[in-house]
Design a protein. Structure first.
Length: 467
């Protein structure tokens, strides 16, 4: 694929990829932290052959001999898949106590076992049987894509999936299942929130109408965490259709916190699979999602047949390339315990003079934890120290959008693409195959003149070229 700076020469879809990649990397850089991943069943289907919701209902209908009318009958009768799940749970209890008795362990026929436990046990057994022994057992066709996903090192992952595929891809993330979210202190880094339960504990699975009603009553803590994530991180939804009710529920919580209505939410991306894309495709860049009470939100839409380039863009933040998520989470957790418990109870002796000096400087504070300065990851950083966002802010804007606007104005006026080459104003650096654009003091001075409508010369510093 051609570089982002050669966008005017690219086929339409490659130009789309270049522009989306730059949008992602700029957004991640602007927020200065790792993204949050929201993962739906489509990703497990892609990498592990796991069933969709309807395919799971079809399996359950075929498994129990007393569901003799087939799934289509229940779709006609009940319409809502969650209501079908409620009815199947009732039928599974009857089947377990009759012809299906041998499908369940004997301890499940005690008085304290819930009526809906039988269908959840069957779901857990079925999905658990699909899990390969190692990550190499996931889809051979998509191994490169899976490796790109793993390199993202997300701040946190939220999933409605029951299976354990994400635990294989992100082994350093701490799994938190269902109602465990409501208990204890979570440190908001390196955590995998399985909000609808997990096959490792079949009782935790949210499947029936009663389960969903109970979940909605108890999700206030989750909603508060979502709002924190929204305010502080880029968000990527993957494995969901844009019309998925889970997306509508999550975005409804986010919608409550938006200061302005109607605009595209700048840090929320939805990645959708589209196998029909060609070189001449130019997919829509955003999507309107209906939420609750007849409201809607607009989010950024990404369409791709190969997810690898999208994951590479989200993984391109160099700051955490060599940081172990488990170690980082342990540092945060131990710091919390130190401040909350150990120091107040005088179980440790704190050198407050040393601490106060350390927190005055971010580099010194990092060294307090044995972490080296990770900001200067390139020898060229001294000459090209500015990100697109920092340039935009230096020019009086709020983000990288002003930078791009003025660079495009230079192209319109002089037919010179400042990002097409490494030059006096710009340098491209690659991290995980994704280009990062860094800029010099000279670019800021140039764009000030462009902004103010002043005359300017372009001296790219390439073989004396001047325009």
């Amino acid at each position: 694929m051609a570089e982002a700076g050669d966008a005017t020469k690219l086929p339409k879809y490659e130009r789309y990829v270049a522009e989306i990649t730059e949008d992602i990397t700029n957004t991640v850089e602007e927020f200065g932290c790792q993204p949050i991943l929201f993962v739906g069943s489509g990703l497990s289907k892609r990498y592990m052959g796991a069933p969709s919701w309807e395919e799971l209902l079809a399996f359950l209908a075929d498994k129990a001999s007393n569901i003799d009318k087939g799934l289509v009958f229940y779709k006609q009768l009940l319409k809502d898949p969650i209501k079908i799940g409620e009815e199947f749970a009732r039928l599974y209890q009857e089947w377990a106590w009759g012809a299906g008795h041998n499908e369940f362990p004997e301890e499940m026929f005690e008085e304290n076992i819930g009526a809906q436990s039988y269908i959840k046990y069957m779901i857990a057994s079925h999905l658990g049987s699909l899990k390969p022994a190692a990550i190499e057992g996931l889809s051979a066709e998509h191994q490169a894509e899976i490796e790109s996903l793993a390199r993202i090192r997300p701040h946190a992952i939220i999933t409605t999936n029951y299976d354990e595929m994400l635990e294989m891809i992100f082994p350093d993330h701490q799994r938190i299942i269902g109602q465990q979210i409501l208990k204890g202190q979570h440190f908001s880094i390196g955590e995998l929130f399985k909000i609808h339960g997990c096959v490792s504990d079949h009782e935790s699975i949210v499947f029936t109408e009663a389960d969903y009603n109970d979940f909605m009553k108890r999700k206030k803590f989750l909603s508060a965490k979502l709002l924190t994530f929204f305010n502080e991180h880029p968000l990527l939804f993957v494995g969901y259709n844009a019309g998925d009710p889970n997306i509508r529920t999550i975005l409804s919580d986010i919608d409550q916190a938006l200061p302005e209505k109607g605009g595209v939410i700048p840090n929320v991306f939805i990645l959708q699979w589209n196998p029909e894309l060609t070189d001449d495709s130019w997919p829509a860049r955003d999507r309107v999602i209906p939420t609750e009470e007849d409201r809607n939100v607009r989010v950024k839409l990404i369409e791709a047949s190969d997810f690898g380039w999208v994951f590479d863009a989200f993984a391109a933040n160099p700051a955490l390339n060599h940081v172990n998520t488990k170690v980082l989470r342990s540092l945060v957790a131990r710091s919390y315990e130190l401040v909350r418990h150990d120091i107040p109870k005088m179980t440790v002796e704190a050198d407050f003079k040393m601490l106060s000096l350390a927190v005055e400087d971010s580099e010194t504070f990092a060294k307090l934890f044995g972490i080296a300065n990770i900001n200067d990851y390139s020898a060229a950083s001294a000459q090209f120290p500015f990100s697109p966002t920092e340039v935009g802010q230096a020019l009086g804007g709020a983000s990288w959008h002003l930078t791009n606007t003025l660079i495009e104005k230079v192209w319109a006026q002089r037919k010179v693409d400042l990002k097409a080459t490494d030059n006096r104003y710009h340098r491209r650096e690659r991290v995980n195959k994704t280009p990062f654009h860094k800029y010099s003091h000279d670019l800021i001075e140039l764009l000030k003149k462009v902004r103010d409508g002043q005359e300017y010369d372009l001296d790219l510093g390439i073989s004396g070229k001047k325009t």
